[in-house]
Structures are given as structure tokens and as C-alpha cells.
Design a protein around this ligand. Structure first.
Ligand code: CP
Ligand code: NVA
Length: 311
């Protein structure tokens, strides 16, 4: 059975823990090296990853490309609009063809069903590089960052502020799989996907996700405070939404209600002055640059797991 990485639950908790340990080990082993140098064992020599982008990207595009280089492999990066996919070739046929050329496929798209269809028809592993529903690769980097700073994710408390979006969905899933609390404060009308919440509630023994309208309740005693853009890719700019989100802006007063050692995370790109103030995102509790770097290290482990090189 090929291993796809469409959502964190596909892998399950033991595999996620193994990936996070591998990511840490590889990161430490190459400390101080030039970024383009391959890891000593170059485990993906002879392997190529194809990447399909239907939406913009800086971090996902560059970190996957460098991840493959560091593992000894190569990449092909394609914008969906310049592929035949962009003029109507089916996802299923694209999957069948690419599977004859490359060893794995990463896709960033809008409708999650497209990723599922690609995976269903590809004979090589498929990785979700963000859909409207979820962003599992981002949360692998977030988990790695929290493990580095706090020693473990188990038993921590995470607060989410703002839009109930794709990034929050993967955090909720991670909390229920790995045993940490997630308290999400979102305004009415912008709650997280009920199916994701229900699945997490069914999974989480003592830590079901908490949904609240009160930012202060969510951040109280939090070890990790997370937010994201109020308008995600593909969404129309809407003044009504921005107005509803304003009380959920992460500023110093809100951070003061988190645990004294509480970290600030943001997947980036940030809209400074909207979902977060400069004082917080540039402040001493912000871990955003480590978080961005960790996309690279976490995805190396995801690639190794997908390609059967890890457990
Ligand atoms: N965080 C993230 O996925 O960034 P990009 O959109 O730049 O890939
Ligand atoms: N929620 C954001 C994340 C960007 C990395 C979006 O989907 O645009």
C-alpha cells in the first residue's frame, strides 16, 4: 500500500511521532552546513518529487524543493495553469501519467476532493501541500517548533484566534491525535469545519477541542498562541469578515493572558496590523522564523515516510 499524506490522521500518531523525531535528528545532524548540501546518507538519491501549484506559495514551494535536494533527490515544479490540467485534462489522467514519471506528487489546490482524487488514481504517494480544508505539512512544522521549545507537545495548551480555517483544522486534528488541548476563539459564522471538530471529539479522550467566542478564554494559560490571515487564498476580501475578526487580533494585551512562557506561531504570510501586531510577531515570544525553517525539516521526514524510508 502506498502512503499518502493528505491529512495528519492518514499517518496516525505513532508515525507522526516517528516523523517528528526523524526531522529533529536530521536537522541537528546538519547544523551549520550549507543549505544545498545533501544529508550524509542522501536517502532519496534517484527519487523525483513533482509539485503542482494551483495557488501561490513561497514557503511550501522552496522548502519542498530544498527538502528533496537535501535528501539527495530532485523536483519538478509546475503551476497548474500551465499544465494540461489547467485546460481540462482530468485529475485522474494527470495522476496516472505523472505516476509513470516521478516517485511522489505534492499538490496545493482549493477543493480537498481534488487531492483525494489525485491520490486515488496515482500509484505513487501524494502529499497535501494545502487545500481549503487542511494544511498538514504546516502543522508538522508547528509541532516540531513546539517540541524544540517546550520538549514535547503532549499536555500543552494551544490557543487559536481568528478565522476557523484550513490551518486550524489541522491543528485540531493534531491535538486529538497527539494529546494536546486546542482552544479556538473564532467569531460567529467563521467556526472550524464541523466534520473536523466532530472527528477530533470522537478521537480525543480527555482533550476535546474547545470552541469559544471569547479570545481571553482561549488564550488563558496557553503555551502556544496561533493565528493566521483573516482572508485565505481564494476567499474574497470582505469588510464584514475583517470587522468580525478585529476583536481576535493577537496583540500584547492578549499575549499577556497566555502562559508566561507562551509562544506565538503564524504559518505566514502575515498581514501585520490585521491578525497580529508587529509587537507580537517581532517580539520575544514569536517563534515564526524557526517555524518557517521547520517546514523544510518536517517535510523531509514526511517525504521519507511516504517513500517507505521511515518505519
Ligand atoms: N505557510 C505556507 O504554506 O506558506 P506558503 O503559502 O508561502 O507556501
Ligand atoms: N489559511 C491560509 C494559509 C496560507 C499558508 C490560506 O489558505 O491562504
Amino acid at each position: 500500500m502506498k502512503k499518502d499524506f493528505l491529512d495528519l490522521a492518514d499517518a496516525g500518531a505513532p508515525a507522526l511521532r516517528a516523523m517528528l523525531a526523524e526531522a529533529r535528528r536530521r536537522k541537528q545532524a546538519r547544523a551549520g552546513w550549507t543549505k544545498g548540501r545533501a544529508d550524509a546518507d542522501a536517502p532519496l538519491v534517484g527519487h523525483t518529487l513533482a509539485m503542482i501549484f494551483e495557488k501561490n506559495s513561497t514557503r511550501t514551494r522552496v522548502s519542498f524543493d530544498m527538502a528533496m535536494r537535501q535528501l539527495g533527490g530532485t523536483t519538478i515544479v509546475m503551476d497548474a495553469g500551465s499544465m494540461q490540467l489547467g485546460r481540462g485534462e482530468s485529475i485522474a489522467d494527470t495522476a496516472r501519467v505523472l505516476s509513470r514519471y516521478v516517485d511522489a506528487i505534492m499538490i496545493r489546490t482549493d477543493d480537498h476532493a481534488k487531492v483525494e482524487e489525485l491520490a486515488a488514481h496515482a500509484t505513487v504517494p501524494v502529499i497535501n501541500g494545502l487545500t481549503d480544508r487542511s494544511h498538514p505539512c504546516q502543522i508538522m512544522a508547528d509541532l516540531l517548533t513546539v517540541i524544540e521549545r517546550k520538549g514535547a507537545v503532549e499536555g500543552t495548551r494551544w490557543a487559536w484566534l481568528g478565522d476557523g480555517n484550513n490551518v486550524l483544522a489541522s491543528i485540531i486534528e493534531a491535538g486529538s491525535l497527539l494529546g494536546f488541548e486546542v482552544a479556538a476563539a473564532c467569531p460567529e459564522g467563521y467556526d472550524p469545519d464541523p466534520a473536523i471538530v466532530a472527528a477530533a471529539r470522537a478521537r480525543a479522550g480527555n482533550h476535546p477541542p474547545l470552541l469559544t467566542r471569547d479570545p481571553g478564554e482561549a488564550v488563558r494559560g496557553a503555551d502556544v498562541v496561533v493565528t493566521d490571515t483573516w482572508i485565505s487564498m481564494g476567499q474574497a476580501h470582505a469588510e464584514a469578515k475583517l470587522a468580525a475578526m478585529t476583536p481576535y487580533r493577537v496583540d500584547e494585551a492578549l499575549m499577556a493572558r497566555a502562559d508566561a512562557g507562551g509562544l506565538f506561531l503564524h504559518c505566514l504570510p502575515a498581514h501585520r496590523g490585521e491578525e497580529v501586531t508587529d509587537a507580537v510577531i517581532d517580539g520575544p515570544r514569536s517563534a515564526i522564523w524557526d517555524e518557517a525553517e521547520n517546514r523544510l525539516h518536517a517535510q523531509k521526514a514526511v517525504l521519507l515516510w511516504c517513500l517507505g524510508k521511515l518505519g
